[in-house]
Design a binder for this molecule. Structure first.
Ligand SMILES: [Zn+2]
Length: 194
């Protein structure tokens, strides 16, 4: 019943939709950062499966004028958490997904090399759903179990690693509430193990 990240880097609680947009992490790199993002496609609209298709290079270009602008991009995240809290995984956490772009954290550049990227379906103006917080905390807790170097202070926003260039997950994301959920899911794990 308990969800986990297996040794190949796949999350047992996720729907798997493989993306071609990944490559190997640099040799010897330690995964020690989680970058949270927000995305909606078309911008401001939820549902429709466009994010999933975007990460698989299968956007339906005629579906919206904006899609022609982004069709040349080859990007991905390891995970997407939709409005209902459903988790989809596109890239193994052992591999390097293409989510952070030009980025820097703690004087280290190219955060894609050493981070896991989680996209939350959301926007700058709409609160994230409770289900998204719950599932994001559970996923982050399992990532911390798989990669113990990911301390609580190493779960950051895209806006923190690409300031001025990226806004997400943005002002709607309640970091305090998220961190207390993360601690709760840690306690639940402890009780399970006990
Ligand atoms: Zn982002």
């Amino acid at each position: 019943m308990s969800a986990m990240i297996d040794t190949a880097g796949w999350y047992s609680a996720a729907r798997i939709l493989p993306s071609p947009n990944f490559n190997a992490r640099p040799p010897g790199v330690v995964v020690d950062l989680i970058v949270l993002h927000a995305i909606s496609l078309p911008p401001g609209q939820f549902g429709g499966g466009h994010i999933e298709r975007f990460f698989q290079n299968r956007l339906e270009i005629p579906a919206h004028p904006y899609f022609a602008e982004i069709q040349h991009l080859q990007v991905s995240a390891h995970f997407l958490i939709d409005r209902a809290g459903c988790v989809t995984q596109f890239v193994s956490t052992e591999d390097r997904a293409w989510h952070a772009g030009v980025s820097c954290w703690s004087a280290r550049e190219n955060c894609n090399d050493f981070s896991v990227g989680i996209e939350l379906e959301g926007s700058e103006s709409v609160p994230f759903s409770d289900a998204q917080y719950v599932q994001c905390a559970r996923l982050c807790r399992q990532l911390q179990r798989r990669y113990p170097q990911i301390g609580e202070d190493r779960i950051v926003g895209h806006q923190d690693v690409a300031p001025g260039r990226k806004w997400d997950p943005g002002p709607q994301f309640r970091w305090d509430g998220f961190r207390s959920l993360l601690r709760d899911s840690e306690r639940e794990q402890g009780e399970e193990l006990g």
